[in-house]
Every structure is written in structure tokens, then in C-alpha cells.
Design a protein around this ligand. Structure first.
Ligand code: AMP
Length: 208
């Protein structure tokens, strides 16, 4: 059973040094997605944030990593051995090959102080919402935010609003998800983020 571990001893409370990016392993059909991947990579390098990501050299993932590297930044990739031979990036500061997807996500969580998602598919949504879910349960207080390129996440926001209005999510938890149209705005929001202290369940009496 994986355990959440916390490496905050060497940091001031809330200090962000490393940012995890979850994003498509595909480039998307419109050039705006790859362009935003480059903008995000440049913003991370400008702010001296380490990039933690899935370790692949394809799609938006590869583009963010290559931009940070080109700008002289630090990039750590974590990839399962089952597909490392197919898509792992060979030029990273550090590539960690792990045994499973679960191990990968745990390690990405441990190494990161904040989480950003760009457009993507199942993998992106799964990884990013897992971290939000842990936050909702009070297991961590790290900020999570999306860059809403060209309205890509609008249907996802509608889904979340629907969950709130139908009693499956608290408004306070809905607000944990930070949103911006560009990287610097999101990084600023994340730097001043304070996690809510609210019980997860809606309309449920829990034992103390
Ligand atoms: P997707 O949005 O389905 O393309 O999945 C992207 C996310 O899932 C990334 O953040 C990765 O961590 C993981 N992932 C999915 N496909 C790959 C791949 N080919 N190489 C590395 N990681 C991947």
C-alpha cells in the first residue's frame, strides 16, 4: 500500500521549488497547445522552478521538458519501465525508471510542491484529479491549477459545477482548483494558495 510522504523539513511553509506538470502525451490538433507548453516551460525556467513530469519525449510533455532544458532549467522525469524504452526522454537532468504507474505517481507527488495541468486526455485528468482528491481528503495542502488553453477545460468546469449543484462536491473543494489562461498568472495564484480546512463529505455525518 503506497503511503503519502512529506518532505517539507527543508522548506519554508508553502515555498514552491518544484512544479509537476501533467499534460498530453500527444500534441493536440491545434498549434496553440504546443505553444502553451513552450510558454509554461519558459515560465518555469524563468522562475527557477524544477520541472517534475512523466519523463516522455512526446507531445506536450516533451515540449515543456525541452523548453525548460533549453532555458538551462532542471527537469526530473519519472517513467514506468513498461514503456520507458518507447518514449523516455534521453536528455533530462534526471530520469527515474520505476516499476509501476502507482510508484510513478507517488514519486511525482513526493518530489513536487505544486501541480499544473495543460490539455490532455485520460492520463492527464487521472493524474491531476488524483492529487486534487488527496487534497480534498486533507492529505496534503499543495496547490493545483489548470491552464485553460483556448477554453479546453470549459466542459470539465461544467462537470465540476454540476457536481457541486447536485451535492457531490463542496464549493470550498471546487475552489481548490486554480485556473488561469497563462502560466505566470497561475504560478502567482499557486504561490499564495491556502488549502481549505473543510471535511470532504457533503450531507454525511461522520464519526469523530
Ligand atoms: P494523456 O493525457 O492520456 O496523453 O496522458 C498524459 C499523462 O499520463 C502524462 O502526464 C503522463 O504522466 C502519463 N502518460 C500518458 N501517456 C504517456 C506516455 N506515452 N509517456 C509518458 N507518460 C505518459
Amino acid at each position: 500500500m503506497a503511503r503519502l510522504t512529506f518532505d517539507v523539513m527543508s522548506k519554508k511553509d508553502g515555498e514552491m521549488k518544484s512544479i509537476c506538470v501533467n499534460c498530453g502525451s500527444s500534441p493536440g490538433f491545434d498549434a496553440c497547445y504546443m505553444s502553451m507548453a513552450r510558454q509554461l516551460g519558459q515560465a518555469l525556467a524563468n522562475g527557477n522552478y524544477e520541472l517534475i513530469y512523466g519523463g516522455a519525449d512526446v507531445g506536450l510533455m516533451g515540449e515543456v521538458a525541452n523548453t525548460v532544458l533549453k532555458a538551462g532549467g532542471v527537469v526530473r522525469g519519472i517513467i514506468p519501465e513498461s514503456f520507458a524504452h518507447k518514449v523516455s526522454h534521453q536528455g533530462l537532468t534526471e530520469l527515474r525508471v520505476v516499476g509501476s504507474m502507482h510508484e510513478r505517481k507517488m514519486m511525482m507527488f513526493d518530489l513536487s510542491d505544486a501541480f499544473v495541468a495543460l490539455p490532455g486526455g485520460f492520463g492527464t485528468i487521472e493524474e491531476f484529479t488524483e492529487i486534487l482528491t488527496w487534497s480534498q481528503l486533507g492529505l496534503h495542502t499543495k496547490p493545483c491549477g489548470l491552464i485553460n488553453v483556448d477554453g479546453y477545460f470549459d466542459p470539465f468546469f461544467s462537470f465540476l459545477d454540476n457536481a457541486v449543484s447536485r451535492g457531490f462536491m463542496k464549493p470550498e473543494h471546487r475552489k481548490m482548483l486554480l485556473v488561469s489562461n497563462e502560466p505566470d498568472g497561475l504560478i502567482n495564484q499557486m504561490a499564495s494558495y491556502k488549502a481549505p480546512v473543510v471535511e470532504k463529505w457533503v450531507g454525511v455525518k461522520t464519526r469523530t
